[in-house]
Write a protein that binds this ligand. Structure first.
Ligand code: G4P
Length: 331
């Protein structure tokens, strides 16, 4: 009985993992452009989504910019839970070579705070002989273009998300001795933290054709009903959401919002779209989907599962090579 339940739960997890997929075809070009540019960079600004700072950090970028001072900008703070934003800022500010600040599109002059924070990270760079060279990066939809538009106080040409179609990089001058190099928003090839996939999809970072809305809404509700039950209850006029299963909750929301089909049946797809839309628009209230501690825990599990996956993959490859007689059988 227990074994059957375990298998069923594994299967559900696996099915849910399969719900998030994408194929970043332009990744190699952008990766190459960033690794070239980073050689002559003094500080990296990483724009993150304040609602999911850990999940919206691109691990590929961390690898490419390793060793460079980093300014983490927790953008869209107006949508995030202020208490959690405080935890994330404290977490990043405790790391060496890292500073963090929170911003949102309503901040009229973000240039001043960004310039100051970058100068603190690389104090030896100033003046025309040694100008500050900063690379600004971020995954799609974190608000990087909006921020750059505000910084440049004009509609700066958006650096395309699709490298090779629009130019890969643009240089913006924030002061005579301060250059900002913009890069296209890219995701990384494979998300090893299962929870991150859902949070990224819920936030709008992943294109809608690459995920299953119902699965994403269920995962989102699972988190919200434990951490932000009151916000859910108030928004959808429901009682005691913590007592409902994720599926019952989605159905109850669909019913309340009139997402029905064929008379009385709830249209779960429509209900899922409502949940995701309300979350993205901030209509539920200020919400953060992860704390530094939670993310660290998920990352640890994700890395362990990824290592196990790699062992299985290597074993399959070895077996294949032996079968096709490319390698002798082990004694
Ligand atoms: P990107 O370059 O990182 O891909 O993101 P972009 O600036 O295009 O912003 C993505 C969406 O996030 C936009 O909304 C933008 O208005 C919104 N946004 C950016 N910064 C903030 C912020 O600090 N707070 C809030 N609440 N929203 C922000 P959109 O609906 O996709 O487009 P739009 O119709 O608003 O332009």
């Amino acid at each position: 009985m227990l074994e059957r339940r375990r298998i069923r739960s594994e299967l559900t997890k696996w099915r849910r993992q399969m719900a998030i997929q994408w194929f970043p075809g332009h990744m190699h070009l952008t990766r190459k452009a960033i690794s070239e540019r980073v050689k002559n960079i003094d500080v990296v600004i990483e724009v993150l989504d304040a609602r999911l700072p850990g999940s919206s950090a691109n691990p590929m970028l961390a690898e490419l910019t390793a060793g460079k001072p980093v300014l983490k900008v927790l953008n869209k703070q107006d949508l995030a839970d202020p208490e959690c934003t405080g935890l994330w800022l404290a977490h990043y500010n405790s790391l060496s070579g890292t500073r963090a600040l929170a911003l949102d599109a309503s901040v009229a002059a973000p240039a001043k705070v960004l310039v100051q924070a970058c100068r603190a990270l690389a104090p030896s760079r100033s003046g025309m002989v040694k100008p500050m060279r900063v690379l600004i990066c971020g995954i799609p939809n974190v608000g990087k273009s909006t921020l750059i538009n505000t910084l440049t106080a004009r509609k700066a040409a958006k650096t395309g998300d699709e490298a090779g179609i629009t130019k890969l990089e643009q240089r913006i001058s924030l002061a005579d001795d301060f250059y900002l190099f913009d890069t296209p928003g890219i995701l990384w090839p494979r998300i090893i933290v299962a929870e991150s996939g859902y949070k990224l999809a819920a936030s709008g970072a992943i294109g809608r054709n690459a995920f299953n809305e119902e699965e994403v809404a269920l995962e989102l509700l699972a988190y919200l009903k434990t951490q932000y039950a009151t916000l859910l209850q108030d928004r959808f006029k429901l009682d005691a959401v913590a007592n409902l299963s994720d599926e019952e909750l989605l159905e109850a929301i669909g019913r309340k919002r009139g997402a029905l089909q064929g008379g009385k049946r709830v249209n779960l797809q429509k209900a899922a779209e409502i949940v995701i839309y309300d979350f993205r628009a901030g209509a539920l209230g200020r919400i953060t989907l992860e704390t530094p501690q939670e993310f660290a825990q998920w990352l640890m599990v994700g890395r362990k599962l990824d290592a196990q996956r790699q062992v299985r993959k290597d074993a399959i490859e070895l077996d294949r090579r032996i079968r096709f007689k490319k390698l002798p059988k082990p004694p």
